[in-house]
Design a protein. Structure first.
Length: 148
């Protein structure tokens, strides 16, 4: 049984780990990792961690069997190549053309699509926001005060 999921996996955190461990309870796990250009096409900022490093971190996890990058915002070609039995998607999946295309492709082949909920306390975006806030707060503490 092959389980396929996709994402950015920037700033790998416990939410990512929980998702991948869940996938692993269903079968061998293949992970599609979005390239910087793909992420930039739907998010305001590219990832902090380079694609090669994000892939290396995922490959090091015992719950992951296959890691592959994707350079276009479409999932059908990876599903044609990998032939997953289950495709795991996030609750924010949406109804964009690339999402509908892969859903139709998988459903026509009798494959299963499972939507999972995210941990609302954990996300790369929240981690980045926390770091920025801390930097801004600490920056004021160390700012020299000059009088002229």
């Amino acid at each position: 049984m092959l389980v396929y999921t996709v994402g950015t996996f920037d700033l790998l955190h416990v939410g990512h780990l929980a998702l991948l461990k869940y996938c692993n309870t269903l079968g061998d796990v293949a992970v599609g990792v979005a390239s910087d250009s793909v992420v930039n096409s739907y998010k305001p900022n590219i990832p902090v961690i380079r694609l090669s490093q994000r892939m290396e971190m995922l490959k090091a996890l015992s719950c992951v069997s296959i890691v592959r990058p994707y350079y276009k915002l479409e999932y059908v070609s990876a599903c044609e190549e990998l032939n997953p039995d289950i495709f795991i998607i996030g609750e924010d999946w949406g109804s964009d053309k690339h999402n509908i295309d892969v859903e139709n492709y998988l459903q026509a082949r009798g494959k299963k699509i499972i939507k999972v909920r995210y941990n609302p306390q954990t996300s790369s975006t929240k981690i980045k926001q926390t770091v920025i806030a801390q930097l801004e707060e600490n920056h004021h503490e160390y700012e020299p005060s000059f009088q002229i």
